[in-house]
Design a protein around this ligand. Structure first.
Ligand code: SF4
Length: 652
């Protein structure tokens, strides 16, 4: 079985995914090497991007298209000695070499890229599609989003609830059932289905609601218009939503019949495309008779010109993920961007995809990847953007901490923008530019040293983790099993169990020789996590013979588990570094041990049924001004002490 999957992988890799798009087949499918020089040169009367890579014993000199001008500029900005940075470039789909020359005894093959040639910087650095949309306003925002956390908000909870309800509506009325079965006035209406799933999900969201300080009634008032808009849209679109006519397919009934078996809707479909260094999770994805369709639902940002540019980028990124996987016999995927925040009826937009958009997605990715691997941001885009930027405070703060070039502000509106530590939630109208409030900088030199040191260390740790992750697509299943990062041939022990959160848990029988542990993030796939069906999940129990996995969605033929190192821990640690600097100075001094916790001497009456140590713990807790640590082996009565402390605190 392993051999078969590897064989399939090789077969897929032998095809050039760009030859499916370009009427002219390429001569050289793939070229990869380290960048040794990058600049613009004059060619046929115009300046063009020119890059030289070391491909082993020979060199490749590539004249690229205008989509690579921003990359060349960013590489030039890194200064001399570019070759020492060991930046990898992978180039797909090249015409034949136009000439070969010699340089210091090495052959140099010269290529002129065509419009379909794609050059991927550091392809093993896999960015999330949402990273591209986050950086739509300014590419520096990519690094900022990794550093500044967003607190739970009513808008985020609303988004999750609407997404969940809509996903369940589409799954319930999915393409696997004949059209005559539904949307005909019989059975539950779309709005009833949406409301049913919404109420279920609302009940499960009580902790999130409490953390965001929002009541269920407030969120209900907020969500109901979205559900009504979606129900109206769904009712009208239903007839064509699932109908991707077979007539546009291959025209061979047997093939169509085979593909019908694969029809169906999947929510939160995870796609990993290491060929182009991107990954993403599609809101809704369905296949029907040889055609793919994706839908991205937006529950906010439905004001101004639609579709919003950042949202369009996001969908084009998903298009790119699907383009890499596309079977030459398949039609191009249809993509819909749907806004539920438009009154009355949700508004949809078809998002087309051409090689131009593919190049633009890759252009953005390359710039973000350069920031990612160097840890350095691009230069600010200028006062007109910085002055209106929603992340100005965070950018000012982080620039000060890391010695980045600060944002550029309009001198007319530039107040004294101190490097204050402001969380996104704290931003109010009074600290939007244009108010010349003067705020004293509170970033101390020792904060800068502390932050810069750990930022650098976490950056190195993150890069190492990415190298480990790349083994997922650079090694075979057999090698991954030998390394202890995979378990193959898993067999379901039972049917999947649905959790209260509408997610899934399932136990599999296996021969586990891996180093996987409870709590590890994994990919559960049909045998190939890159080209096959795959979901992300978490191990919730594991032994030598069994493994139990939690996943958001199900796949039809689970067979293989692979470790999946996503960057979430690294990002959270970075964000916590910033939060640490935002913390009250007294608290920070206490935590690092520069100050001792304070206690007063208020007498506290002992409790007759407590022993001496328990009474001492209660007394110290009542006298405490900062913090108190209570330590004791199991069975020493800590729980009773804590309960009594709480009671005393409330009643004192
Ligand atoms: S303040 Fe300027 S440099 Fe910073 S993220 Fe915003 S636009 Fe970019």
């Amino acid at each position: 079985m392993i051999t078969n999957r590897v064989g399939q992988q090789e077969a897929i890799e032998q095809e050039c995914f760009l030859c499916i798009l370009d009427p002219q087949p390429c001569t050289l499918k793939k070229l990869e090497g380290y960048i040794i020089d990058a600049r613009e040169v004059r060619s046929e009367g115009e300046m063009v991007p020119f890059i030289t890579i070391n491909v082993g014993t020979e060199l490749a000199a590539l004249t690229l298209t205008r989509y690579y001008r921003s990359l060349i500029q960013a590489l030039v900005d890194l200064g001399p000695d570019l070759h020492k940075r060991k930046l990898k470039l992978r180039v797909y789909h090249l015409p034949p070499a136009i000439r070969t020359t010699e340089n210091k005894g090495r052959l140099v093959h010269h290529y002129r890229a065509n419009a379909y040639t794609l050059a991927i910087l550091e392809p093993d650095t896999v960015l999330n599609i949402t990273d591209l949309s986050h950086a739509e306003y300014c590419s520096r925002q990519y690094l900022l989003h990794r550093l500044v956390s967003s607190p739970p908000s009513a808008a985020a909870i609303r988004g999750n609830l609407v997404h969940h309800s809509f996903k369940e509506l589409l799954k319930e009325h999915g393409g696997s059932r004949p059209v005559s079965d539904h949307a005909d006035g019989e059975g539950e209406s779309p709005l009833s289905t949406l409301s049913h799933y919404f109420e279920q999900a609302l009940e499960r969201s009580s902790i999130d609601l409490a953390l965001a300080n929002v009541s269920p009634d407030e969120i209900r008032v907020d969500v109901v218009p979205h559900l009504e808009s979606l129900a109206t849209w769904f009712q009208k679109q239903y007839a064509t939503l699932w109908d991707m006519p077979a007539a546009t397919m291959h025209g061979q009934d047997t093939e169509v019949d085979e593909q019908k078996n694969e029809n169906g809707v999947r929510a939160e479909t995870f796609l990993l495309a290491p060929e182009i260094g991107l990954r993403g999770r599609l809101d809704l994805f369905w296949k029907q008779t040889g055609r793919q369709r994706l839908l991205e639902l937006k529950t906010g940002g439905a004001k101004g010109d639609l579709p919003n540019a950042a949202h369009r980028w996001q969908v084009q990124g998903y298009h790119a993920l699907l383009a890499v996987r596309r079977d030459s016999k398949m039609k191009k995927a249809l993509a819909t961007l749907l806004y539920s925040g438009t009154p009355g009826e949700a508004v949809d937009f078809g998002i087309p995809f051409t090689i131009k958009q593919f190049q633009r997605v890759n252009e953005n990715r390359n710039i973000l990847v350069l920031s990612h691997v160097t840890g350095m941001p691009p230069a600010p885009p200028g006062p007109s953007r910085c002055t209106k930027c929603a992340m100005l405070d965070q950018c000012t703060q982080v620039s000060s901490l890391l010695n980045w070039q600060p944002p550029e502000l309009d001198t007319q509106t530039n107040g004294n923008v101190g490097a204050q530590l402001i969380a996104p939630s704290q931003r109010t109208d009074s600290n939007v530019r244009g108010h010349n409030e003067s705020r004293p900088p509170i970033v101390q030199p020792q904060d800068r040293l502390f932050f810069a040191k750990y930022y650098k260390l976490l950056h190195l740790e993150g890069r190492e983790s990415e190298l480990q992750q790349a083994l997922l697509w650079k090694t075979t299943v057999k090698e991954r099993i030998e390394r202890g990062s995979a378990i193959d041939n898993i067999q379901p022990l039972e049917m999947p169990e649905q959790t209260e959160q509408d997610e899934w848990e399932q136990t599999f029988l296996c021969v586990n020789t891996s180093e996987l542990r409870q709590g590890d993030e994994v990919l559960l796939s049909d045998g190939d996590p890159i080209t096959g069906e795959v979901v992300t999940g978490t191990i919730i129990g594991i032994s030598a013979e069994q493994v139990r996995i939690w996943t958001r969605e199900l796949i039809a033929h689970p067979r293989l588990i692979d470790r999946y190192n996503n960057s979430i821990v690294n990002v959270r640690t970075l964000q916590n570094l910033i939060r640490w600097l935002q913390a009250n100075t007294h608290l920070r001094e206490l935590v690092v041990g520069n100050l001792r916790p304070r206690f007063d001497s208020t007498p506290i009456a002992p409790r007759a049924d407590f022993n001496v140590e328990q009474n001492l713990a209660v007394e110290r807790a009542m006298q405490m001004h900062d913090y108190l640590l209570i330590h004791g082996p199991p069975g020493t009565g800590k729980t009773s002490v804590v309960a009594w402390m709480v009671l005393c605190r409330i009643t004192c």
